[in-house]
Design a protein around this ligand. Structure first.
Ligand code: 5GP
Ligand code: MN
Length: 336
């Protein structure tokens, strides 16, 4: 592994750069990636931001969103950019499987790979790394990369600040998770002073539901929420047919799992959704309960201790009953 500080000299002249982030990018994935994009273009680099899939419409207002290339929409063009890049920045993920088909293309590219990430147990595919599990968001690490490692805090203009604020806000649960340290608040204050309009960003992300998304939320809370007080666990499960019934699109299920966790006394919440080719699980927990351990052990996934995810090839009903069985294995930890 090479020292990340070496990039200061290497990036002093225009380079071909690709930025990518994880499948179904969330607020931190897009905020950190577009934040880095808006910084690097100011330095005269040729930058392409390629996502392995589409992402929620409530993120499409981010500055320079129109520059984003969605890989499945332009695979040939993307392959060429990846193969010919000097540097590939991998943001908010640390295992190439998280970018699906793009993973092998990135691995095989002659480009130097730069990982900026805050997830546990990074895979060893990168040349340069700026990684910390203590960061509340990858956007926080991008801020630190620009300010401390590159010494270019003055290039954090309104666009960069807006993107990084979005990443930190969404991944810290609007500044309420334990990872929201005093330092995070100092960073956020700096981003606001550099032009991030906090009230507007909150509105664009959180008060931007479609009518069907809100009705779907109501339907799930009334009909699909199962509470298991004996395991301090709550589950919401949704079938493909229900997603179709409410015209659910990418991003519409975001945040749903948090409602299950908000019930008094609940320590573990799961959202289990039947997607096109797989069943996707989103887990949230409080305190020391390791949600990521369940995802890693049973659902070929992982994540953070309190926010993790995975998937399964089994049928929805089977996954739900498997999950309930797993709860008994973890009973002692759950009822602590
Ligand atoms: P979400 O529930 O919002 O989809 O994901 C929460 C967190 O779980 C993400 O930040 C990511 O760390 C992790 N995660 C979600 N899905 C997967 C997955 O399929 N594999 C791995 N390794 N981690 C995941
Ligand atoms: Mn993140």
């Amino acid at each position: 592994m090479l020292a990340i500080a070496a990039l200061k000299d290497l990036l002093s002249e225009p380079k071909q750069i690709v930025i990518t982030t994880h499948h179904k990018p969330d607020g931190d994935a897009m905020g950190s990636s577009l934040g880095l994009f808006n910084y690097l273009v100011q330095k005269g680099h040729h930058v392409r931001l390629i996502t392995p899939s589409d992402y929620p419409i409530f993120l499409h207002w981010l500055p320079n969103n129109l520059e984003v290339i969605v890989y499945p929409e332009k695979p040939e063009e993307s392959k060429e950019y990846i193969a010919n890049a000097d540097f590939i920045f991998c943001l908010d993920f640390n295992a190439l499987a998280r970018i699906y088909e793009m993973g092998e293309l990135v691995r095989q590219s002659k480009a130097k790979k730069v990982m900026i990430d805050h997830h546990l147990e990074p895979e060893d595919f990168d040349d340069y790394r700026h990684w910390s599990i203590n960061a509340c968001a990858t956007a926080q690490l991008v801020y630190d990369f620009i300010v401390t490692k590159m010494g270019e805090g003055h290039l954090i203009n309104k666009d960069v600040a807006t993107c990084l604020y979005t990443g930190i806000m969404t991944d810290s649960g609007s500044f309420r998770f334990p990872s929201t340290t005093a330092e995070v608040h100092h960073i956020v204050a700096d981003l606001i002073s550099r032009g991030a309009e906090n009230w507007r960003i909150h509105q664009l992300i959180y008060d931007n539901f479609s009518e069907s998304r809100l009705k779907f939320l109501g339907y799930c809370l009334l009909n699909k929420l199962e509470v298991f007080p004996e395991y301090k666990t709550a589950i919401i499960s949704v079938s493909k047919q229900e997603l179709e019934q409410f015209n659910i699109i990418t991003g519409d299920t975001e945040g749903l799992v948090n409602y299950a966790l908000s019930i008094n006394g609940i320590r573990l919440a799961a959202l289990i959704v039947e997607r096109k080719n797989e069943v996707k699980l989103s887990l949230r927990s409080t305190g020391d309960f390791p949600a990521n351990e369940i995802c890693k052990k049973y659902f070929q996934g992982g994540g953070h201790r309190n926010a993790a995810g995975g998937n399964s090839e089994k049928a929805l009903a089977e996954v739900i009953s498997q999950f309930k069985t797993i709860l008994s294995e973890y009973k002692n930890l759950l009822i602590l």
